[in-house]
Design a protein around this ligand. Structure first.
Ligand code: XMP
Length: 171
């Protein structure tokens, strides 16, 4: 397993993002929404560094099913609390083409969010086909299929505390 981003580096970057969020969301009622399942570890680490009261919600949008190829985006918002009149911070593990994030921003605004800021832990360089500029980005990475810290390959490896690349990169 090649380690692309070690645990300590992730921790430092999550700290820095939390500092920005603490500054930007001071005094605003807001909801942090994690996109299932990949953002769970990032969400758990980030929210514990947020100093202002906030609600948490989850939404599911899957386009990768059991492998590394993109499919149709399926959105499930059954676990979402009421976001009418609230500011939203939408978290995803990784920005690839931009389809997931841009679709979900529209979806959340349609559900009554006052504003939606976006935050991704990783952003693949040169892959965005849909214009989508995250408000907070952890790391820009090369176009490799990555796992760990919430990211999976066939639903495995999510528990790894670092971001890794599988030895035989399946992409
Ligand atoms: P789009 O293309 O919509 O894709 O920006 C975002 C979603 O694709 C998944 N994704 C990955 N998952 N390793 C993963 O485990 C990767 O390298 C990877 N690249 C994209 C991920 O679910 C993300 O939410």
């Amino acid at each position: 397993m090649d380690v692309l981003i070690p645990e300590a580096e992730i921790r430092r970057r999550v700290d820095a993002i939390a500092a920005e969020v603490n500054r930007d969301f001071a005094g605003r009622p807001f909801t942090v929404i994690g996109i299932l399942t990949g953002s769970l570890v990032f969400l758990a680490d980030l929210i514990r560094l947020i100093e202002h009261p906030h609600q948490i919600g989850l939404i599911q949008a899957s386009s990768y099913r059991g492998g590394t190829t993109s499919g149709t985006l399926v959105v499930n918002d059954g676990l979402l609390p009421d976001i009418k009149g609230r500011h939203v911070l939408l978290l995803d593990d990784i920005l690839d083409t931009g389809q997931t994030l841009s679709r979900l921003v529209e979806h959340l605004l349609h559900k009554g969010a006052v504003s939606v800021k976006t935050c991704v832990l990783l952003r693949k360089i040169g892959r965005q086909t849909i214009p989508c500029e995250p408000d907070y980005t952890g790391f820009s990475i090369p176009n490799k299929f990555v796992i760990g810290y919430g990211l999976d390959f066939a639903d495995d490896y999510r528990h790894l505390p670092f971001i890794g690349v599988l030895p035989d990169d399946p992409k």
